[in-house]
Design a protein around this ligand. Structure first.
Ligand code: G
Ligand code: G
Ligand code: MN
Ligand code: NA
Length: 254
């Protein structure tokens, strides 16, 4: 079977799973947000990376039902966490261009939130520059609607695109997620340290929050703390883990 057909079958058989990676507040160390990351284990092929199957799912349109499944599953899970957790966490979802291009995407999100029901301001939708390049006008309209509904919007992989400032100016972005390629160079490459500092200062002066991605060492975390990054995510804090493991972490660390 071609991977495409396997993908279709996997959706029907519910072979997808969400892993969750915590994001901590730099001052308190508490988990304040959780990013949902999809995983696919095929019975024969084993673990297949989203880097492989998400582009395929985008090509054949399967990303639409798959994306809805991600949203629904993650919101349901986050609602459960927030019922037992005194400090509610946000849930962050990676969107793909095809999802955002649906003219009724904001209605779909709204439907899911009605079904769940989950506070809109605890849903954070992650976008990338590349998904906003085409159909700017319709994307802007959709994002403005989502923003009015109360969703938070973040710009993922910040600093790796061509015109980050133009996107920040044009779209109603709340948060920038500094790409891990900068964070990982902090202790070895003065340019990366300078870029991370400059991006943080700039985002703050534009009243945007800053999340640093890909934090793998204590040194990186200390540096990010000094330059007043708001939140951090990365293997040093936690790998992405199954829901039950995150439930445990929330008990320990909130
Ligand atoms: O978790 P991991 O490093 O394997 O993710 C690889 C890529 O897949 C990342 O770019 C991530 O944003 C993307 N990704 C993970 N989960 C989802 C998802 O649910 N939807 C979309 N569109 N992309 C995802
Ligand atoms: O593109 P996006 O940021 O949505 O994708 C997140 C991806 O990054 C996930 O696949 C996750 O597994 C991976 N990731 C998360 N933390 C780290 C880290 O500290 N180091 C590296 N190399 N990858 C990470
Ligand atoms: Mn992301
Ligand atoms: Na992404």
């Amino acid at each position: 079977l071609a991977l495409k057909n396997l993908l279709r079958r996997a959706l029907a058989r519910k072979e997808f799973q969400l892993y969750y990676q915590p994001i901590i507040n730099m001052e308190s160390g508490a988990i304040v947000s959780v990013e949902a990351l999809i995983r696919w284990v095929d019975p024969e092929l084993g673990l297949i990376s989203p880097n492989t199957f998400i582009p395929l799912a985008e090509e054949n349109g399967l990303i639409l039902p798959l994306g809805e499944w991600v949203l629904q599953t993650a919101c349901t899970q986050a609602k459960i966490w927030n019922q037992s957790n005194p400090y509610p966490v946000r849930i962050a979802i990676n969107l793909s261009a095809r999802q955002l291009e649906q003219t009724d995407f904001s209605e779909r999100v709204s439907e899911i939130l009605k079904k769940t029901p989950f506070p809109t301001d605890h849903l954070e939708l992650e976008l990338t520059e590349s998904m906003l390049i085409n159909r700017m006008e319709s994307s802007l309209k959709t994002l403005n609607t989502l923003k009015k509904m109360g969703c938070r919007l973040s710009l993922d992989d910040f600093g790796t695109g061509y015109s980050p400032l133009a996107y920040l100016k044009r779209f109603p972005i709340d948060t920038v997620k500094i790409d891990r390629s900068f964070v990982q160079g902090i202790s070895i490459d003065p340019d990366d340290a300078a870029i991370t500092t400059a991006v943080t200062t700039m985002a703050h002066s534009l009243k945007r929050a800053v999340i640093a991605k890909g934090v793998e060492t204590r040194e990186q975390l200390n540096f990010l703390n000094e330059i007043k990054v708001d939140e951090a995510q990365g293997y040093f804090i936690s790998y992405p883990v199954p829901a039950e493991e995150l439930t445990q972490k929330l008990r320990e660390k909130s």
